[in-house]
Design a protein around this ligand. Structure first.
Ligand SMILES: Nc1ncnc2c1ncn2[C@@H]1O[C@H](COP(=O)(O)OP(=O)(O)OP(=O)(O)O)[C@@H](O)[C@H]1O
Length: 357
């Protein structure tokens, strides 16, 4: 059952098209994260779903009903913003009740629904406090309770965690995920933070300059990125890209300096001798063990210590390649060999950046 449907949605400001034709089907109860860098149009898309911006073209459906031209209050959506937008003079209870008061919901029903929403987010003991007397995380929960109280068909989140410190962000991420599991409302969450996307989403929508670049589960996006753009956007450690040429037998990529990157499956004969880009994730690259023959050779630059492992930076023909290794055991200075796991190699077209194979 469809919870949200976008078809051919576009937004033009003057002569600039910032959303350039977006099609997306979201199942009822699904948690979708729209991921992309600043300026890619993700907030504009969210605001069009909310009805805060008019779509220049296309249609928007919520639970199967067209809402493209309805005002926000008739779309049965609730939005949680980055700055929470709480009323400072109202108590927690007053803030949560606000949308019901505006809608003219009877007093008794208001009280019951506010109590229920506050209970769901764990704010029952704070009902008489003002926003200034709450922590950042508690304010975020008030904003979520105020969204829940309306029993919306769709939740929209616009980078709601970006003002919180790192530890609280992790906690609120878990709370949002848990809340979604319990109330199961279709949710669209916008962020530029790939960790947020990977940990929250049922499916991630990666946006690039107003268009969807890929839609997939976090595992799809990580293990089968549709393009170099997507590959460079996800993963805590950036993917390394090496330009090379497909070996005559199609089974490897030869890179400048003579290194050879093994491939999981041979490429067709038509690719032999043609340029290609190989993408390597650090966990699939290791410093070559003493006595073994390396796939690549470069010069060691430095290591980043991450506690449970280290990331070694190695320069190969002017490109930086990252290799994962043991903590506290940096390689010796100078020339260093790298061993590449064929299964972890991604290939991309030079011109378009699209995935090969
Ligand atoms: N009212 C407006 N008038 C003109 N251009 C706008 C307007 N609102 C947004 N834009 C432009 O549209 C593009 C997309 O903006 P949008 O806010 O959707 O990006 P975003 O991906 O959400 O980025 P951020 O994470 O920085 O908010 C940007 O280039 C922005 O400058």
């Amino acid at each position: 059952m469809q919870g949200l449907g976008l078809s051919g949605v576009r937004k033009t400001y003057g002569r600039t098209e910032v959303v350039r034709g977006v099609d997306l089907e979201v199942a009822r109860g699904e948690f979708i994260v729209i991921l992309g860098p600043s300026g890619c149009g993700k907030s504009t898309l969210l605001r069009m779903i909310a009805g805060l911006e008019d779509a220049s073209a296309g249609t928007i459906l919520i639970d199967g009903a067209e809402v493209t031209h309805l005002p926000p209050r008739r779309r049965e959506i609730a939005m949680v913003f980055q700055n929470y937008a709480l009323y400072p003079h109202l108590t927690v209870a007053g803030n949560i009740a606000y949308p019901l008061r505006v809608a003219g919901t009877p007093k008794a029903e208001q009280q019951a629904r506010v109590a229920e929403a506050a209970r769901v987010v764990g704010l029952g003991d704070y009902m008489e406090r003002k926003p200034a007397e709450l922590s950042g995380g508690q304010r975020q929960r008030v904003a979520m309770a105020r969204a829940i109280v309306r029993r919306p068909k769709v939740f929209l989140f616009d980078e709601p965690l970006s003002n919180l410190d790192a530890k609280l962000r992790v906690q609120m991420r878990a709370e949002i995920r848990d809340l979604h599991r319990r109330i199961g409302v279709t949710s669209v969450f916008v962020t530029h933070d790939q960790v947020e996307a990977m940990t929250l989403a049922d499916r991630i929508v990666v946006m690039n300059t107003g268009l969807i670049e890929q839609v997939g589960t976090p595992a799809d996006i990580y293990h089968r990125p549709a393009s170099r753009y997507v590959a460079s956007f996800v993963g805590a450690t950036p993917m390394s890209f090496l330009s090379g040429v497909v070996h005559d037998d199609g089974g490897a990529v030869v890179v400048p300096g003579g290194g050879v990157i093994p491939l999981p499956r041979p490429l067709g004969a038509a690719r032999a001798g043609k340029p290609i880009v190989a993408g390597l994730r650090a966990e699939g690259v290791a410093i070559t063990a003493t006595g073994a023959a390396p796939h690549l050779t470069g010069s060691y630059r430095f290591s980043e210590e991450l506690g449970n492992h280290a990331i070694h930076h190695v320069a190969i023909a002017g490109t930086e390649v990252l290799a994962q290794g043991h903590s506290g055991r940096p390689p010796a200075e100078g020339a260093v060999g790298l061993t590449v796991e064929a299964d972890g190699v991604h290939l991309f077209e030079v011109e378009t950046g699209k995935r090969v194979g």
